[in-house]
Design a protein. Structure first.
Length: 166
């Protein structure tokens, strides 16, 4: 039993391992070859990044912003200021002319002041002098007809169809 173990371990490991791995010249050659491979791919990958494509994309994004300024907006997007829109009566793209009229918000704010007792000197009539509390009427400068009304109370736009706001 003990003789078989000695015979198996001694000749096998001592004979095979020393001859191929001991030479120093072959190990140096292996390290030099690995250095050459590690340096080469770094140079090739560093040259790949391409920042050239970003400038043209930014130039294309800046141009449509100027186009939006001249585009007509739908009547539903009107606010309390003149805006370029399409007249539903004459179908012309016009800059709407605005006119402020007393609306629901004007009457409610006046009634609120009246409830607080601010009735002396006619203070409850101040809301009728403040344009921010009045409804904005958009009319067409081309045909002179009313196009829509922007309500201060609910922030909605009511189109003027026929003779009523709908
Ligand atoms: Zn018109």
């Amino acid at each position: 039993m003990t003789n078989k173990r000695d015979n198996f371990s001694n000749p096998g490991y001592t004979v095979d391992s020393p001859p191929p791995y001991t030479p120093s010249s072959s190990s140096q050659g292996a390290t030099e070859s690995t250095r050459v491979y590690t340096d080469a791919p770094k140079n090739s990958y560093s040259a790949i990044p391409t920042p050239v494509y970003t400038p043209p994309s930014q130039q294309t994004q800046s141009s449509p912003e100027t186009v939006v300024l001249t585009a007509a907006i739908p009547l539903n997007n009107l606010r309390a200021e003149p805006a370029v829109t399409t007249c539903p009566h004459c179908n012309h793209v016009v800059l709407s002319s605005t006119d402020f009229r007393a609306g629901s918000a004007t009457w409610l704010s006046s009634f609120a002041l009246f409830l607080f007792g601010i009735t002396s000197w006619g203070c409850c009539l101040f809301p009728f002098c403040i344009s921010d509390l009045k409804d904005c009427i958009h009319s067409c400068p081309n045909c002179g007809r009313i196009m829509a009304k922007y309500s201060r109370l609910d922030g909605k736009v009511y189109k003027y169809l026929g003779d009523q706001f709908e």
